[in-house]
Design a protein around this ligand. Structure first.
Ligand SMILES: *[C@@H]1O[C@H](CO)[C@@H](O)[C@H](O)[C@H]1NC(C)=O
Ligand SMILES: *[C@@H]1O[C@H](CO)[C@@H](O)[C@H](O)[C@H]1NC(C)=O
Ligand SMILES: *[C@@H]1O[C@H](CO)[C@@H](O)[C@H](O)[C@H]1NC(C)=O
Ligand SMILES: *[C@@H]1O[C@H](CO)[C@@H](O)[C@H](O)[C@H]1NC(C)=O
Ligand SMILES: *[C@@H]1O[C@H](CO)[C@@H](O)[C@H](O)[C@H]1NC(C)=O
Ligand SMILES: *[C@@H]1O[C@H](CO)[C@@H](O)[C@H](O)[C@H]1NC(C)=O
Ligand SMILES: *[C@@H]1O[C@H](CO)[C@@H](O)[C@H](O)[C@H]1NC(C)=O
Ligand SMILES: *[C@@H]1O[C@H](CO)[C@@H](O)[C@H](O)[C@H]1NC(C)=O
Length: 451
C-alpha cells in the first residue's frame, strides 16, 4: 500500500515534470527548452566550486562548449529569456583567450581549425542576434572577434596540398594534421558568408566563393539533386582517397553557409541552385523523410560523444536556412516540427523524468543521455520559433557590435604554417616549452601504453 502510494507519487511527479510540448505555443516551447537547458547546466563546470568558466565536464571537449553555447544564445534570443545571459557572456569572454580569437593557450593540445570555427559561428550568432556587447575596457566587440577568427583561419589556407583548403588541425603536433576535412572549411565558408552579409564587404563573399569552389573541386561536396557532403581526405595522397562518411553537422554548416550566400547576394540563382541541391541531400538525415537522425552512426548505436551532439548545430542551420531563404521554408518547417515532436517524446528519461535521448524516432526515451542529447533536443525544439523573431541582423538592420577588419592579423597564433608571423622571443620560448611538454606526454603516454 505504502509502496503503491509512493510509486504513484513518483509517477505523478514524473508526469508533472516530463516534457510536454505544444509545437504551436511559444510558452510551451520555451518551458520545454527551460527544462532542457536545466539538464545542460548539470554538465556545466563554470558554476561549480573550483570549476572553469566556459567549460563542460569531461569527456566533453572544448569545441562542444562552443556548439552548446550557440544553441543557448539562440534560446536567449528566441525565447527572450535572460536567465543565462550573464553565464553565456562570461563563458564566451573567458574562453576567448588572450587575443580574443578563441585560441586559449591551454587548448593547444586539442584545438583544431574546426574547434575554432564552431566557436566562430557562435560568436557570429552573438553579432547577428545583437547579444549583450562587451563593456570591459580592452575587450573587443563580438564582430571584431569573429573577424579575428576569420582572418586567422583564412591565413592558414594551404595551397601546397590538395589545391587548397584548411587542414583539420592547426598545430603540427596534433594527430590529424595531415587530414583536410569538410568541417573546418565549411565553418570558414559560413563565417565568410555571414561576415559578408553582415558587413556588406564583398571581400568576405569572395573568400566564401573560393572555399566553396575548393570543397567542390577536391570532391568533398558532390552536387546533384541530393548533394553529398563527405568527411575529408589525407594530404599524403593529395586528397584523392576520400573518407565518405556523412555527418549532419557537415551537411548543416554547408547548408547554412549557402543560405547566407543566397541571402547576401539578394537571391542569386547560382546560390539558389546550390542551396537547393545541398538541401536535397539533407533528406538523408531524416528517418523516413520525417525525423532527424544521425544516419551514419545512430541506429547502429556507434555514435561517439561528438557525434551525439551534431543534430544540434544541424537543427540550428536548418532553421536559419528556412528564414534566410524563404523558398525553403515549406520543405524545412515540417521536418523541424516532426523532429521537435519526436525529440520532446525522447525527453522522458532519467531520474527527473525529462532527460532527453538520442533516438527521436521511437516516441519514447531510448536510455541514451548526455550533453549532446540535451543540446540536440534544445536546438530542434527552439527552432519552432525561428519565424516568430527577427531574422539575423546585419549592420544595417539593427546589429550594433563593434568590428575590426584587421583583428587577428598581428597575433602570433595567426598562421603556424608560414614565416610571416610576428613571433617574439617570448612566444618562441613558450612554444619550445609547449613542444617539450607535448613530447613528454607523447613519450609518457607511449610508455604507459606498454604496460
Ligand atoms: C526563463 O528561464 C528560466 C530558466 O530556464 C525559467 O525558470 C523561467 O521560467 C523562464 N522565464 C520565462 C518567463 O519563461
Ligand atoms: C584556459 O584558458 C582560458 C582563457 O585563457 C581561461 O579562462 C581558463 O580558465 C583556462 N582553463 C583552465 C582549465 O585553466
Ligand atoms: C593535387 O590536387 C590538386 C587539386 O586537385 C591539383 O591541382 C594538383 O595538381 C595535385 N598535385 C599533385 C602533385 O598531384
Ligand atoms: C535586391 O533585389 C531587390 C528586388 O528585386 C532590388 O530592388 C534590389 O535593388 C536588389 N539589391 C541588390 C543589392 O541587388
Ligand atoms: C533574406 O532574408 C530575409 C529575412 O528572412 C528575407 O526577408 C529575405 O526575403 C531574404 N532574401 C531573399 C532573397 O530571399
Ligand atoms: C542592440 O543592442 C543595443 C545595445 O544594447 C540596443 O541599443 C539596440 O536597440 C539593439 N538593437 C536591436 C535591433 O535590438
Ligand atoms: C573588407 O574586408 C577585408 C578582409 O578582411 C578587409 O581587408 C577590408 O579592409 C574590408 N573593407 C572595409 C571597407 O572594411
Ligand atoms: C594589432 O596591432 C595594432 C597596431 O600595433 C594594435 O593597435 C592592435 O591592438 C593589435 N591587435 C591585436 C589583436 O593584437
Amino acid at each position: 500500500m505504502i509502496w503503491w502510494v509512493l510509486a504513484s507519487l513518483v509517477l505523478w511527479a514524473g508526469r508533472a515534470l516530463s516534457l510536454d510540448l505544444d509545437t504551436s505555443s511559444k510558452d510551451s516551447i520555451c518551458s520545454a527548452t527551460s527544462l532542457i537547458q536545466g539538464g545542460i547546466m548539470d554538465y556545466y563546470l563554470g558554476t561549480r566550486y573550483g570549476g572553469t568558466v566556459g567549460m563542460f565536464q569531461p569527456p566533453y571537449y572544448w569545441w562542444e562548449a562552443g556548439e552548446v553555447f550557440g544553441g543557448m544564445l539562440e534560446n536567449w534570443f528566441l525565447c527572450q529569456n535572460d536567465t543565462y545571459e550573464q553565464m553565456l557572456y562570461h563563458a564566451m569572454i573567458a574562453q576567448a583567450g588572450p587575443h580574443y580569437d578563441f585560441m586559449p593557450m591551454n587548448q593547444s593540445m586539442v584545438e583544431g581549425n574546426d574547434d575554432q570555427g564552431v566557436w566562430g559561428l557562435t560568436i557570429m550568432d552573438a553579432v547577428e542576434r545583437n547579444f549583450t556587447n562587451p563593456t570591459e575596457k580592452g575587450v573587443p566587440g563580438w564582430l571584431a572577434m569573429a573577424q579575428g577568427i576569420f582572418n586567422e583561419m583564412w591565413a592558414r589556407w594551404d595551397t601546397a596540398h590538395c589545391g587548397g583548403g584548411l587542414r583539420w588541425q592547426i598545430f603540427t603536433w596534433n594527430s590529424g594534421y595531415n587530414y583536410k576535412n569538410t568541417v573546418p572549411n565549411a565553418c570558414l565558408f559560413q563565417l565568410a558568408a555571414r561576415l559578408g552579409r553582415y558587413t556588406g564587404n564583398q571581400t568576405y563573399l569572395d573568400v566564401a566563393g573560393t572555399v566553396w569552389d575548393w570543397l567542390n573541386d577536391v570532391g568533398f561536396i558532390v552536387l546533384s539533386d541530393k548533394a553529398n557532403v563527405y568527411d575529408g581526405a589525407n594530404t599524403d595522397d593529395n586528397c584523392t582517397d576520400i573518407t565518405k562518411n556523412e555527418w549532419s553537422y557537415n551537411q548543416g554548416i554547408v547548408l547554412g553557409g549557402l543560405a547566407y550566400m543566397y541571402n547576401a547576394t539578394n537571391g542569386s540563382s547560382t546560390w539558389e541552385t546550390r542551396l537547393t541541391q545541398v538541401l536535397g541531400g539533407s533528406e538523408a538525415f531524416f528517418f523516413k523523410n520525417q525525423i532527424m537522425y544521425e544516419a551514419t552512426c545512430q541506429d547502429s548505436g556507434n555514435c561517439n560523444n561528438d557525434q551525439r551532439s551534431f543534430k544540434s548545430i544541424f537543427s540550428r542551420m536548418m532553421g536559419l536556412t528556412s528564414v534566410l531563404a524563404p523558398f525553403t521554408a515549406s520543405s524545412i518547417d515540417p521536418l523541424i516540427e516532426a523532429s521537435a515532436q519526436g525529440a520532446a517524446e525522447s525527453c522522458s528519461g532519467g531520474t527527473d523524468g525529462h532527460t532527453c535521448g538520442l533516438n527521436w524516432q521511437i516516441g519514447k526515451n531510448d536510455g541514451m543521455y548526455g550533453l549532446g542529447e540535451q543540446a540536440c533536443a534544445l536546438e530542434v525544439i527552439q527552432m519552432l520559433l525561428v519565424h516568430d523573431r527577427p531574422a539575423p541582423y546585419s549592420a544595417s538592420t539593427g546589429g550594433t557590435s563593434v568590428g575590426d577588419a584587421s583583428a587577428g592579423l598581428n597575433t602570433s597564433t595567426t598562421n603556424v604554417l608560414e614565416s610571416t608571423l610576428t613571433i617574439t622571443h617570448k612566444d618562441k620560448v613558450g612554444a619550445a616549452i609547449l613542444t617539450a611538454v607535448v613530447l613528454a606526454i607523447l613519450v609518457g603516454g607511449a610508455v604507459w601504453m606498454l604496460f
